[in-house]
Design a protein around this ligand. Structure first.
Ligand code: CMP
Length: 225
């Protein structure tokens, strides 16, 4: 696990390295295998998490059992802060999509940290604002964009988080099943598969199990607009 990635999280922004390392050292390390949950929607929440390695999906379930993914987060990203800043039940279930290591910080430690380093609050606000911006965009896409456009956007977003440059493109080891990818896009598995098959036929992407290689970023970006 790469400490530098964790220390790039907003929680540590602008803090001298010794103090940041000390806080990180005091956080509990939680390891999850694929499918294991850090917490469930509706649980009382009193701690936040920073991802050290792996991937976490944040999902909500409807009354009739359907699931929707709000986001898939990776190393250096934070979750679980909403029920700390606005005390109430967890707004989503957080579960590991691959082998994952998390750093956990309790409410009282967080408050003490913010009192000691007030500028950190600004960085946390920025992170929340970015998330709201992204959520607004996803909401508009659900209303205004078609499924292939949303699939293209989701692939580019996953590539920014988890992509690795290869000879012929960007490899995205997203670790999501087809069902999970569909839940992230907010469409049926069949429609998302059809879009992926079309992108594959056009040679914009190549499938490799639970990974995809994005071969033509420019066309995908145009399709995502
Ligand atoms: P909390 O409500 O404590 O638990 C679920 C977490 O999911 C929540 O805090 C946020 O950290 C995260 N979360 C909720 N909604 C979104 C969203 N739209 N995008 C990204 N993360 C989210």
């Amino acid at each position: 696990m790469d400490d530098d990635v964790v220390l790039s999280a907003p929680l540590f922004a602008g803090i001298e390295p010794e103090a940041a390392q000390a806080l990180l050292g005091s956080m509990r390390l939680v390891r999850l295998s694929r499918g294991q949950a850090a917490f469930h929607e509706g649980d009382p929440g009193d701690r936040l998490y920073v991802i050290g390695s792996g991937k976490v999906k944040l999902g909500r379930r409807s009354n009739d059992g359907r699931e929707n993914l709000l986001a898939v987060l990776g190393p250096g990203e934070m979750f679980g802060e909403l029920s700390l800043f606005d005390p109430g039940p967890r707004t989503a279930t957080a579960s590991a999509v691959s082998e994952t290591a998390l750093y956990e910080l309790g409410h009282d430690e967080l408050i003490a940290w913010l009192e000691r380093y007030p500028p950190v609050a600004k960085h946390l606000l920025e992170a929340l604002a970015r998330r709201l911006r992204r959520t607004n965009e996803a909401l508009a896409d659900l209303v205004f964009s078609d499924v292939p456009g949303r699939v293209a956007k989701a692939l580019l977003d996953l590539a920014r988080r988890f992509g690795e440059r290869t000879d012929d493109g960007v490899k995205v080891a997203h670790d999501l099943t087809q069902e999970e990818l569909a839940q992230l896009v907010g469409a049926s598995r069949e429609t998302v598969n059809k879009a992926l098959a079309d992108f594959t036929a056009r040679r914009w992407v190549r499938r490799e199990g639970r990974a995809l290689v994005l071969l033509d970023l420019e066309r995908l970006e145009r399709r995502a607009r």
